[in-house]
Design a protein around this ligand. Sequence first.
Ligand SMILES: Nc1ncnc2c1ncn2[C@@H]1O[C@H](COP(=O)(O)OP(=O)(O)O)[C@@H](O)[C@H]1O
Ligand SMILES: [Mg+2]
Length: 313
Amino acid sequence: MLEVEGLTKYYPSGVIRKQYAKAVDGVSFKIGKGKTLGLVGESGCGKTTIGRLILRLIEPTAGKVLFDGIDLLALKRKELRAIRSRMQMIFQDPDSSLDPRMKIGTSIAEPLKLQGATPKDKIGQKILELVETVGLHPEHINRYPYQLSGGQNQRVVLARILAMNPDLIIADEPTSSLDVSVQAQILNLMMDLQSTFGHTYLFITHDLDVVRIMADHIAVMYLGRIVEIGKTHDIFNGAKHPYTHALLSAAMMEPAAGQRERVILKGETPGPTDIPAGCRFHTRCIRREEICMLKDPETVEVGDGHYVACHFV
Ligand SMILES: Nc1ncnc2c1ncn2[C@@H]1O[C@H](COP(=O)(O)OP(=O)(O)O)[C@@H](O)[C@H]1O
Ligand SMILES: [Mg+2]
């Protein structure tokens, strides 16, 4: 359904010497229809940039994005506009997605009118349906965003997205700004919506616990590149990349007896303008050997749909 190949985004930086911030550096993955890919990695590793590149909100330096086999980067502006409504993005902060001067009902009516599939005299009914679908009450329709909680506003954002009837939803840390108890409710709602409507998710987060429940597959990113990708079960039970091990052990409260030992990452993450030569993770890797400083590892398949970029697999 969605296929990304060698996606790359370099930002020019540096005034005197020509330098680049390599925000995304050759990323490839596929997501099947109705499935969820979790994209995880530390802040600054390029997750949001990937989301924006897929929607072509920014132009890539290189690479391909295929949506249902259609090459999005080859489309003209008008063709792109037609297909873009089938892809929607939800962000961390619902307040920045909602117009504070617009009542909730008006806000949900907007995409309905834009989408055009609902006759004018049925829009009121459709708004009621959507409000109910996302777990809000009819009385919310006449309120303003400031009168609702963060969780309720994120439900409004979801109603607006559903009004467009999308095939792909890119969720960029959709629960990071919410209280922990509310986070679980929104995640459950998002999963319920997927089983009802069958859309595909690219679910972006820095939180492994979140993708563990949400995702069918997980891609782990480090400094603009995917270092490991595989089925959620295989990532949690048979991770191969030292960086994935480190993320997993940081996420675990207590490693169970006999399980992998805690790996604590040392040192700072380098910036996207000074990506280390060889394997980009070598400056922080506990398994580092000479080859890691010299050669960028190839991505190799280690199991069914399980790929790792490390010299020691
Ligand atoms: N417009 C831009 N110009 C220059 N650098 C950028 C720009 N947007 C993002 N970056 C850089 O690209 C890297 C990846 O950013 P981002 O995709 O937002 O990461 P994440 O979402 O994983 O936190 C960061 O180092 C960021 O500073
Ligand atoms: Mg981000």
